[in-house]
Design a protein around this ligand. Sequence first.
Ligand code: IPE
Ligand code: IPE
Ligand code: MG
Length: 246
Amino acid sequence: MDLKSKINLEKLPRHIAVIMDGNGRWAKEHGMPRVFGHRNGVKAVRETTEACTELGVKYLTLYAFSTENWNRPEAEVSALMTLLVETIKKEIKTLNENGVRLQAIGDLSRLPEKSRKTLLQAMEDTKQNPRMTLVLALNYSAKWEIVEAARKLAKAAKSGEIEPADIDDEAFSNALSTAGIPDPELLIRTSGENRISNFLLWQIAYAELYFTPTLWPDFRREHLYQAILDFQNRERRFGKTSEQLV
Ligand code: IPE
Ligand code: IPE
Ligand code: MG
């Protein structure tokens, strides 16, 4: 039986987040410069997005560029930004055809003007699409986001808009850049690294973590199905005992 038909559609994760890693190593394996790996990662983005849309996953968040990634060689950063603009331009038609709404999280103000404009335009052009939301994490870091949220809430408290006692789990979630988006239930990281790298720290409090050695440019539908099946075989207890769940 093929993997897809084994998936229980009643128990799909509503939100899947992916740390797309391993482009550089993939390029190296092919004897090519790192940028070649990034270019070949686009196919994996397309397949993952399409597969999620077809299955009925409602949110897909892709970690595309971290605040720490600015520390890479300038040529690589610049190539990544160009690739972002090109890809968004190329994919917008397909996103619309497939009913995918594009959103972004991260400090977009630091992106090059052209990249930001293209991104904002694509978000505007797809904002009515009802089938799935694709969230790109760009110049994103979870610590940055948490600090921003704390600042926002402190400011509101100082001005008397809210009381410090009003700051609870929900208020904090609503101050994050992911406000309104349910927390990811499944977090996938490719390339064999077992770390979070400053991604969605608050939101993954109860996510199931799935690490695969597959390098991002090799990631295909079947790899996604495998991750979802693994997720569906886990017991999510949320602090309770196994016996309490039945
Ligand atoms: C992930 O692949 C893409 C980005 C971080 C933008 P890498 O470029 O990190 O690839 P490796 O980890 O060096 O193989
Ligand atoms: C995490 O990958 C960031 C993205 C996938 C965009 P990195 O390759 O930057 O992470 P580290 O540095 O290996 O932790
Ligand atoms: Mg990496």
